[in-house]
Structure formats: structure tokens, C-alpha cells
Design a protein around this ligand. Structure first.
Ligand code: 5GP
Length: 198
């Protein structure tokens, strides 16, 4: 997605060979116009998957998934990282997730009232690194007897092994920007094959 690639180049900061900071438009300040376009694109890509729920993880997954769920006319569920007094802890699905950026484990939870057996769930997240967050969410969806029909990622770091892990589970992954490398403080995108019109 050209607009997203431009934002990454113009407003992103390479913090190290493994970490990209996108606080200017995605993780802290939110570019609502760009998020809307991202939501439309995810909705277009997964329109035929008969999605019944969109799931993400708080907090950075919420902005890019909101408009997708709106377009697909489904609820948006965000898994919680912190326990809430409003949630009955006996009535939650939970999964232990290792955070790439915080370098610690957290218990991610979703109320059992929100995902039902037979739901067709689309998973959206801001980044894909080693696939920990996505695997935790998939685990929660499976506990509910529902199925993940696809994974939509805003920024995939293709030099880490998240895509491989998810593909091995037979999942369809659509990433709107795929980064091949962050070496030398430079963002290099994966070269996508150009479609041939014969
Ligand atoms: P994974 O679980 O796939 O290892 O990492 C994905 C999660 O870690 C995302 O939810 C995202 O919040 C965070 N993350 C991973 N890599 C980066 C990065 O380079 N920059 C930022 N800002 N967050 C990242």
C-alpha cells in the first residue's frame, strides 16, 4: 500500500535493526485518514471470507481495525492486556503472550460472551514480528470453538519469523507493508511481484 509505505519512510524512525517506531501515525499519534484507508483495504481483501467478528489486541491494533470492522459490518473485539474489574475473570478466554517491544509476558484476555462457536474471525494487528501476539489471539479464538479466517497486518517485518509461523498453520496473511530489512537505519521493503496483464 503506497500511502502506508510513504508514511513509514517519511514519518517512521528506525530505532535498531529490529525495531521501527511509528508513533507519528500509528502507535501514539494516529493518522485517522491513513487508518481509514487501511481499514478499507483490509475490508476489501477479506470481503469474501464471511467474517463475523474482527479481533485485535489493545492498544495499537484498535485504530487500524476499527474501520475494517465498520466496513465489514461486524463487531470489533480488542483483547485486553490488563485485568479489568468489570470483567469476571472466571468468564474469560486467556492466553500468555510475549511482548516483542516490552520484552515481558502478559496474560491476554477476552470475555467468553464475545466469541462464539462457529464465529469466523479476522485477526488484525499493527505489526507482525515473531507472531507471538497473533498466536495468542488465535489460541483464544480456538478456545471458543471459532475459526480464524485470515490475518491482516499493517506492517510486517518479513526478516522475522512471524509470517512463517502463521503460514505453517495454514493461515491467509495479508500485510499492507512488508519490510525486508531495517539495516543501516534504512527501511527496505520486500519487492512484490508485478502483476502481468497478458
Ligand atoms: P510479535 O508478537 O509478532 O512478535 O510482535 C508484534 C507485536 O509487537 C505488535 O502487537 C506490536 O505492538 C509489537 N511490535 C513488534 N515489532 C514492532 C516494531 O518494530 N515496532 C513497534 N512499534 N511495535 C512492534
Amino acid at each position: 500500500m503506497k500511502q502506508l509505505q510513504d508514511a513509514i519512510i517519511e514519518r517512521g524512525t528506525v530505532l535498531s535493526t529490529g525495531v521501527l517506531k511509528v508513533d507519528q501515525f500509528l502507535n501514539h499519534q494516529v493518522d485517522t485518514h491513513l487508518m481509514t484507508e487501511i481499514g478499507f483495504e483490509f475490508a476489501r481483501l477479506f470481503r469474501d471470507e464471511k467474517v463475523t467478528k474482527v479481533i485485535t489486541i489493545e492498544s495499537s491494533g484498535i485504530a487500524p481495525s476499527f474501520m475494517c470492522a465498520h466496513q465489514l459490518q461486524t463487531p470489533l473485539i480488542f483483547a485486553r492486556k490488563k485485568k479489568s474489574v468489570t470483567m469476571n475473570q472466571a468468564n474469560v478466554y486467556s492466553s500468555r503472550v510475549y511482548s516483542f517491544t516490552k520484552q515481558e509476558y502478559s496474560e491476554v484476555t477476552v470475555s467468553k460472551d464475545l466469541i462464539k462457536e462457529g464465529d469466523r474471525v479476522l485477526l488484525i494487528d499493527d505489526f507482525l514480528a515473531n507472531g507471538e501476539a497473533a498466536s495468542g489471539l488465535i489460541n483464544i479464538v480456538e478456545q471458543a470453538g471459532a475459526s480464524v479466517v485470515g490475518v491482516g497486518i499493517v506492517i510486517e517485518k518479513s526478516f522475522q519469523n512471524g509470517r512463517k509461523k502463521l503460514e505453517e498453520r495454514g493461515l491467509r496473511i495479508e500485510s499492507l507493508a512488508r519490510i525486508a530489512s531495517l539495516e543501516q537505519s534504512t527501511v527496505t521493503f520486500v519487492e512484490e511481484p508485478v502483476a502481468q496483464n497478458n
